[in-house]
Design a protein around this ligand. Structure first.
Ligand code: ADP
Ligand code: MG
Length: 243
């Protein structure tokens, strides 16, 4: 039943002109679940995440967040309930770390400055950056910037967090500090969809892996099942190359 799903994506379709990028994608996410989305470059992973919160409007299909349908007319409210973490951090360069984290709470949620500041400080602590509140993004490493962007998403108290290759712009050393934060979130019961090539994260943190290719979900299941006994030859060969 769909009722206990935090995120319920049904038969999502998207084309760019003649190029069919999503060919009927459906999956669900229960509260506290982490699903890791993998697949070759160009398979539609980013488009899928972007369609979920209408950063890219889908052509067809339905999306439900905690039972409520995501529609053009409620999109602002729905977006506020879905945290998005991008590959390139998307921080405001002219704002301090603290302001980056609290601006959406104030502007979108209408929170008071005091409450927003408190929450922002809590979330910065959670990602290990309490001491950087007054810094500007350019003064931080890529890994620190990405952790700020995660704190910003968390401060909105989202129903679900969507990550699109959060570590692919980072050196291996900086990748691990971001992966550790994501692993802690998964362990704490955050509900998340993570597009990543970090297979160690997938093994440790994913409840399920979803393998996508050419606009379709080819296979999904618990990581061990996919790593050791994928039924599709395509999944097996992809995992052999990447893992
Ligand atoms: P992935 O994230 O899995 O690498 P994407 O969702 O970014 O895949 O892209 C899927 C396909 O859609 C690719 O062929 C890509 O070139 C195409 N595509 C993505 N965004 C656009 C766009 N805004 N306009 C036209 N084509 C796009
Ligand atoms: Mg992508």
């Amino acid at each position: 039943m769909a009722d206990d799903l935090v995120l319920d994506v049904r038969d999502l379709r998207k084309s760019y002109d003649d190029l069919e990028v999503l060919k009927g994608i459906g999956f669900g996410l229960r509260k506290g679940e982490t699903k890791v989305l993998i697949g070759p470059s160009g398979s539609g992973k980013s488009t899928l995440l972007r369609c979920i919160n209408h950063l890219t409007p889908p052509d067809a299909g339905r999306i439900f967040l905690a039972g409520e349908e995501v529609l053009e007319r409620n999109i602002d409210a729905m977006r506020a309930r879905m945290g998005f973490v991008f590959q390139d951090f998307n921080l405001f360069s002219h704002l301090t770390v603290l302001d980056n984290v609290r601006i959406c709470q104030i502007k979108v949620k209408g929170m008071g400055a005091r409450g927003a500041t408190e929450r922002a400080q809590q979330e910065l602590e959670r990602v290990g950056l309490a001491d950087k509140a007054g810094a500007y993004p350019a003064e931080l490493s890529g890994g620190q910037q990405q952790r700020v962007s995660i704190a910003r998403a968390l401060a909105m108290d989202p129903d679900v967090l969507l990550f699109d290759e959060p570590t692919s712009a980072l050196d291996p050393e900086l990748t691990s500090e971001v992966v550790r934060v994501m692993q802690a979130l998964a362990a704490e019961g955050m509900t998340m969809v993570v597009v990543t090539h970090e297979m160690s994260f997938a093994r440790r943190a994913a409840d399920e892996l979803i393998f996508m290719e050419n606009g379709h979900i080819v296979e999904q299941g618990p990581p061990e099942q996919l790593f050791t006994g994928a039924t599709s030859e395509r999944t097996r060969s992809f995992l052999n190359v990447i893992a």
